[in-house]
Design a protein around this ligand. Structure first.
Ligand SMILES: [Fe+2]
Ligand SMILES: [Fe+2]
Length: 377
């Protein structure tokens, strides 16, 4: 963890920003960062009444960036398989894709819509709160350049995230079922994947074109990939907020983090239940030749306490110390380096494939500033 964090670390000051080829002035002009925030990583309390400490602002700004990215890909799912209404506008629905997702649960379209709506409110609230405190909000619009799905139902608008080349780490599935291991206490332990073939190769979670909806087997695999992606993302949010909350200075910032975080967990709980309903299937992507297998998680060699699909309540596990009794908790919640870990996690997922180096430099900058935040007391 520490190595992963330090290997991507770049100095947080204006000079290195310029040295790395990212124009600080350009970013400030684009409304991405203020010059004062680029210049200093000092997170000591700001004595201006009602203002945020630099660290609190940085953590909220990182959360806002994460929420903007979440919103972007949830919108893509909603356009194709959610409820089309004024609350989440944009698409017109892809009946074939939506029908396969609907087979998971009759309420799938509503759940996708409501998760999307929630992300919009997280993004909008965090940026508005930052501005209300005189702090800079996050604007990722200059990076809205990716081409999304051209299948029926998609708005065809440019995107921030790529849902068509995902590599999914589904180890959260066994991490929350493990009674003996907590990543905070066992950072070297490898939790088994629920869908090992999703952890290698690139997989699309949405129909790229209408051609992707013509093969029932492959379409089932696409929908299954989406179902596992939903939970994979939302478990990340479930860890991010409590991890950052431990370094909040203002009680109000603490309140924001511990009030948004559990809604990510409510999403995760729903999606982790539904992911277990994925119909077992093996399919080969006709475009890339990549194969994926969704196993029957209730039968050998799967099954048992680590894979049984109805074991969706978090299994009690070691927490803080093995000398203490096991406890049912969110895991991990280690606060050190959490923001950079999230950036690395999303990058490894393939969510940003197609984004230019300036996008990654900005995300690293936001993460480093958030990870530099310290509680003053
Ligand atoms: Fe969110
Ligand atoms: Fe979320």
């Amino acid at each position: 963890m520490e190595d992963m964090w330090s290997s991507t670390r770049v100095a947080v000051n204006r000079r290195s920003f310029v040295k790395n080829g990212l124009s600080a002035a350009g970013l400030a002009t684009a409304g991405l960062l203020t010059t004062s925030e680029i210049v200093s990583a000092d997170d000591g309390p700001d004595d201006r009444s009602g203002r945020l400490t630099r660290g609190d602002a940085a953590m909220l700004r990182f959360a806002a960036a994460a929420e903007i990215l979440e919103t972007d890909f949830w919108v893509q799912y909603n356009e194709l398989a959610g409820v089309q209404d004024d609350e989440v506008p944009g698409g017109s629905g892809n009946p074939a894709y939506a029908a396969v997702l609907e087979a998971f649960d009759d309420d799938m379209a509503q759940y996708i819509h409501d998760n999307t709506d929630d992300e919009f409110t997280h993004q909008n609230f965090l940026n508005a709160y930052l501005e209300s405190k005189g702090a800079e909000p996050v604007n990722l619009e200059p990076f809205r350049t990716l081409k999304g799905s051209s299948a029926s139902g998609s708005s065809g608008k440019p995107r921030l995230t790529n849902l068509m080349e995902l590599t999914l780490d589904t180890s959260w599935y066994t991490r929350y079922r493990s009674a003996r291991h907590n990543p905070d206490l066992d950072p070297q332990f490898t939790f088994p994947q629920a869908v090992p073939t999703l952890a290698v190769g690139k997989h699309t979670a949405i129909p790229r074109t209408d051609a992707d909806t013509t093969n029932a087997n492959f379409l089932q695999a696409i929908a299954n990939t989406a179902a596992f992606h939903f939970a994979t993302i939302e478990q990340g949010g479930s860890s991010l907020y409590p991890a950052m909350a431990q370094r909040a200075n203002s009680v109000e910032v603490l309140r924001i983090l511990i009030s948004i975080g559990p809604t990510e967990t409510m999403h995760f709980q729903t999606w982790s239940d539904l992911a277990g309903d994925a119909t077992p299937v093996t399919a080969v992507d006709p475009k890339t030749g990549v194969s994926v297998t969704f196993p029957d998680l209730n039968s050998a060699p799967f099954g048992g306490p680590l894979f049984q699909t109805n074991l969706i309540m978090p299994e009690p596990c070691p927490f803080l110390s093995r000398k203490l009794p096991r406890c049912s908790v969110i895991r991990p919640t280690e606060t050190r380096g959490i923001a950079m870990n999230v950036v690395n996690f999303l990058t490894a997922m393939g969510l940003f494939i197609g984004q230019p180096p300036a996008f990654f430099r900005l995300m690293i900058q936001l993460a480093q500033e958030a990870d530099a935040a310290r509680r003053s007391s």
